[in-house]
Design a protein around this ligand. Structure first.
Ligand code: TZP
Ligand code: MG
Length: 228
């Protein structure tokens, strides 16, 4: 299991594609984001080749290590091992969780995408450190998202995980931004956070001021919404 101290509250997932990153520099954006308040980072890159992935992951790791923020790699256990980062995030079509754990060891942070209750229960039982629940809201950032589960779907999965006595961290992803982050995180019944964090791509990566965007989101996820 991952170290207890992992803070999932503002989880940044990177995107290097022009519609999101624009002409900005990936490493500079991640540096600004972690300085602004992102608490954990996933390097997600579906286009670079393996050598490039390892090279970029090492550059990102320098930036995240400087502020004590964990770096995970999307999909690729081999890249995570080569770059010496803290963990991976795998989807349902990637390497299975048990194999990833065997390769990375007990201290690695391993997260799994869960789109349904069954996927969430299985990943939690198999020892995922956290679940990425979603897609919460429709988003232009990822094509072919399996299904939109909404906050009701997230709430249902959280309730069933608790009933099953499964202690796993949770974040949700898909269409999260400064206008809805608090509501999603606290699910309308503050002061208790219902999820451990929110994961965002465009809300930070597409911003012209990623440091400020991260700082604003961090502030929002760190306090209950005023209507609660
Ligand atoms: N997985 C489910 S939705 C998504 C991923 C990687 C993209 C979320 O992007 P955004 O810009 O935060 O809506
Ligand atoms: Mg994947």
């Amino acid at each position: 299991m991952a170290p207890l101290a992992v803070d999932y509250s503002l989880y940044l997932v990177t995107d290097s594609t022009p519609p999101i990153l624009g002409g900005k520099d990936l490493v500079a954006v991640v540096k600004a984001a972690v300085e602004g308040g992102a608490t954990i980072v996933q390097y997600r890159d579906k286009t670079s080749d393996t050598a490039e992935l390892v090279q970029i992951a090492k550059e990102l790791h320098k930036v995240t290590q400087a502020v004590g923020v964990p770096l995970l790699i999307n999909d690729r256990v081999d890249v995570a091992l080569a770059a010496g980062v803290e963990g991976v995030h795998v989807g349902q079509d990637d390497i299975d969780l048990k194999t990833a754990r065997k390769l990375l060891g007990p201290d690695a942070i391993i997260g799994v995408t869960a789109n349904s209750l069954d996927e969430a229960l299985e990943a939690a039982r198999d020892g995922a450190d956290y679940l990425g629940l979603g897609t919460v809201y429709a988003t232009a950032t990822k094509e072919n998202t399996k299904s939109i589960i909404g906050t009701a779907g997230v709430q249902m999965i959280l309730t069933e995980l608790a009933k099953a006595g499964l202690d796993v961290k949770t974040v949700c992803i898909g269409g999260v931004n400064a206008s809805n982050a608090q509501r999603i995180l606290y699910q309308g019944s503050a002061p208790q956070k219902k999820l451990d964090g929110v994961a965002v791509v465009s809300a930070i990566m597409a911003s012209n001021d990623p440091k400020q965007a991260a700082a604003q989101l961090r502030k929002l996820v760190s306090e209950p919404p005023p209507f609660a």
